[in-house]
Design a protein around this ligand. Structure first.
Ligand SMILES: [Zn+2]
Ligand SMILES: [Zn+2]
Length: 291
């Protein structure tokens, strides 16, 4: 096996193991969860942006196609809205969760489990509460108007991770905040889930030619998410998982064509979405011929 092949097979599992297990270790060792998540996210961005230069999946995808300005504007709005929405939703639900635990006479979250086990459980739970909202964003015409903005680019690179209309960010943010807050997961577990979202969200859209092998059954990143961005609806309406594919396997929506390295073209049919960020904000509220 050539050095380049070893590199492309090992990048993803090694990075996931180092960043996520490193995060579990650092939090277990008593470091502040928000600091660990912040540093881990910063390291992940630096790593993914560097790897896109060293081992691109498509060299031309590293060049702007008139989309970069809007993508850069989505970055702060994505984090800003999540920072506003999640605590408000979570606060309301924490109260509901406390009432529920009281009524049941027991805690809902297995806080006595090792941190790594709690983290894995949280990933499975959060995925369920993101799988369905994401699927509805594709299957309900009114919701698709919002999500089409994430899907209209003809290339994928790290900034596509946060390219989402604010309506979609609020919609998914509410569903994502519900399960863990309701169950009473700790700040440590929430920080690790945040770190996993950042790292895997970056690898999901990254323009890196990394290989996955059997990991295509577990992670919704790289080639598996490229299929989800295919121009062909028959390929695109699959692989809804945001970090993992367990629920796609369970509900029969996992898709991979092993004969090909990825879809021929990305984007959406009848694309009338404007290039400017400000004009894109109004897109969902205008009439649509497919409705
Ligand atoms: Zn989608
Ligand atoms: Zn995507």
């Amino acid at each position: 096996m050539k050095t380049r092949d070893v590199f492309s097979w090992s990048i993803f599992p090694v990075t996931v193991a180092v960043v996520l297990l490193g995060g579990v270790w650092a939090i277990d060792a008593g470091h502040a969860p928000s600091l660990v998540a912040g540093i881990g996210t910063f390291v992940s961005v630096a790593l993914v942006v560097t790897l896109e230069r060293i081992l691109p999946y498509r060299k031309e995808w590293n060049q702007s196609q008139g989309d970069q300005r809007a993508d850069l504007l989505y970055l702060p709005s994505y984090f800003g809205i999540n920072a506003l929405v999640q605590p408000v939703v979570a606060a309301g639900i924490v109260l509901g969760g406390a009432w529920l635990s009281n009524a049941l006479g027991m805690g809902l979250w297995p806080s006595e489990w090792p941190l790594l086990a709690q983290f894995l459980l949280a990933c499975i739970v959060v995925e369920f509460f993101d799988y369905w909202p994401h699927r509805w964003l594709h299957e309900v015409p009114f919701l698709w108007r919002f999500h089409a903005i994430h899907h209209n680019p003809k290339r994928l690179y790290w900034l596509n991770a946060t390219r989402a209309h604010f309506g979609e960010v609020v919609f998914r943010g509410i569903f994502n905040a519900v399960p863990l807050a309701l169950a009473g997961a700790s700040a440590e577990v929430l920080a690790l889930v945040g770190l996993a979202n950042s790292l895997l969200g970056l690898f999901q859209h990254a323009n890196i030619n990394f290989k996955m092998g059997p990991l295509t059954w577990i992670f919704s990143v790289g080639e598996m998410h490229r299929w989800h961005h295919s121009l062909k609806i028959s390929e695109a309406n699959h692989n809804y998982g945001s970090n993992f594919l367990f629920w796609d396997v369970v509900f029969g929506t996992r898709f991979r064509d092993a004969e090909k390295s990825g879809p021929e073209q990305l984007g959406i049919e009848d694309d009338t979405i404007p290039a400017s960020w400000r004009a894109q904000l109004w897109v969902p509220f205008k009439g649509h011929k497919n409705d």
